[in-house]
Design a protein around this ligand. Structure first.
Ligand code: FE2
Length: 168
């Protein structure tokens, strides 16, 4: 794993665990070690996929599945696009927390959804189809954001304070 992807993954993990803990404190049943592990490994397939047409989310999930880590594999598989988009309200999945956390981290900085998607458009929006796919993902992530924060005494902007956290 390239060092910059590793640094990105540490930050995503910090955001995902923070959010997962807040949801758990609000009474939602979530597997926090699965959130942390899924977040740390979400870009496992990224380095070998660079410069290829392979899907890095599915590639990373395949590596983990081959090793027998099926639950983590599912979280990794869904970190770009969720399988069941967002599900019903009041029920949260670990994959949703990791997917959202990744959408809040640009390289190693916690940013707003808008900032992250501006960057995704610039880097990956090369064709009309790609731009449409990113726009749909952005709209879906907004819905996910509302759902995740609905039970919390936190606003999405509060996650920006996690930029102060440093790796020990
Ligand atoms: Fe990724």
């Amino acid at each position: 794993m390239l060092p910059n992807i590793r640094e990105h993954s540490f930050r995503v993990s910090r955001v995902a665990v923070f959010l997962g803990e807040a949801l758990a404190q609000a009474g939602h049943s979530l597997n926090l070690p699965l959130i942390e592990t899924g977040a740390l490994l979400h870009d496992l397939g990224k380095t070998p996929c660079l410069g290829t047409s392979r899907n890095h989310a599915l590639w990373g999930a395949e590596i983990l599945r081959d090793l027998g880590y099926h639950e983590v594999a599912q979280v990794v598989a869904e970190h770009v696009y969720l399988k069941n988009n967002n599900g019903g309200s009041g029920f949260f999945r670990e994959a949703e927390v990791v997917n959202y956390a990744d959408k809040r981290v640009l390289h190693t900085r916690v940013v707003t959804l808008s900032q992250r998607f501006i960057d995704l458009h610039e880097r990956y929006g090369r064709t009309p189809e790609a731009r449409a796919r990113i726009a749909v993902n952005q709209a879906n992530t907004r819905v996910l954001e509302e759902k995740l924060f609905a039970p919390l005494d936190l606003a999405p902007e509060d996650l920006l304070q996690l930029n102060q956290w440093r790796e020990q």
